[in-house]
Design a protein around this ligand. Structure first.
Ligand SMILES: Cc1cc2nc3c(=O)[nH]c(=O)nc-3n(C[C@H](O)[C@H](O)[C@H](O)COP(=O)(O)O)c2cc1C
Length: 245
């Protein structure tokens, strides 16, 4: 196995950090790595905001569902899908951007996520660890206020980074055959595979929590998916110019 595959396969979210600053040079490399990611039609439709202000971090930690590592991590980045700059490019060329297309929303969101994952891998390759923070979408309006995020831009997720002060086991993923198909989509044989995977996930949780949590993947998903998932997101995106037409 080469070093990059080994690094990718050893990924684990880190939520406890050493009290040690991340060097500015490393931060720069993390951002540059994001910029090297593939980008739909070269649009580079994202902006990364480093949140340094501790008061702001505290508020984001709270609105994200009390996630203390947002405040405690040496670095907290917010990855935003950004069509505002493309609007500027249009104005610079005496034309007008056609706003509100679902396709533009997909393009900016996908670009942001791909760039972010490059950042995560770059960070991990330099001995850092981190965790994505979707919790910021609990109150995206407030996040926009706090970070001065304009129309045609929306915060997709945050990312805490720093030197790990924990070493959790890697979380077992779904069996490959469940997520990988050839020629045609099918789900026919997946139930038995998922039952087997549930057993594995349950062992993982029992080990990780010293018997306190006995959970399975399918149960977790069932609990999550029977709920309304951040139903404010539709109106929020519309308000931000991501109209979905
Ligand atoms: C877009 C995204 C948002 C996430 N949001 C959160 C979050 O708000 N809080 C958190 O603790 N973990 C969050 N996570 C981390 C996932 O829970 C984690 O990646 C997943 O359980 C797999 O665990 P692993 O990363 O350790 O392999 C998020 C991950 C992604 C990709």
């Amino acid at each position: 196995m080469n070093e990059i595959i080994n690094l990718i396969k050893s990924h684990k979210s880190i939520r406890k950090f050493k009290d040690k600053k991340v060097e500015e040079e490393k931060l720069k490399l993390v951002i540059e790595a994001a910029q090297c990611a593939s980008t739909s039609s070269f649009v580079q439709a994202y902006t990364i905001i480093r949140v340094k202000d501790m008061e702001t971090r505290r508020e984001i930690a709270k609105l994200s569902g009390d996630q203390p590592y947002i405040e405690q991590s040496p670095l907290f980045l917010v990855f935003c899908a950004d069509l505002n700059r493309l609007n500027l490019a249009c104005r610079m060329n005496d034309t007008q951007m056609k706003e509100g297309f679902t396709e533009s929303f997909i393009l900016a969101t996908v670009d942001t996520a791909i760039a972010a994952q490059n950042s995560m891998i770059a960070a991990e390759s330099m001995g850092l660890g981190g965790v994505y923070i979707g919790g910021i979408r609990n109150d995206p309006y407030r996040v926009c206020e706090l970070l001065n995020i304009p129309k045609n831009v929306y915060p997709v997720f945050g990312m805490c980074l720093g030197y790990p002060n924990q070493d959790p086991d890697t979380k077992p993923r779904l069996p490959l055959d469940v997520v990988y198909k050839e020629d045609k989509y099918s789900i026919n044989e997946d139930e038995s595979r998922i039952i087997e995977y549930d057993r594995l996930a349950s062992e993982y949780y029992i080990k990780r929590t010293k018997g306190k949590r006995n959970d399975t993947w399918s149960k977790q998903m069932a609990d999550k998916m029977e709920q309304e998932l951040r139903p404010h997101m539709r109106d929020f995106l519309k308000d931000k110019g991501f109209d979905m037409r």
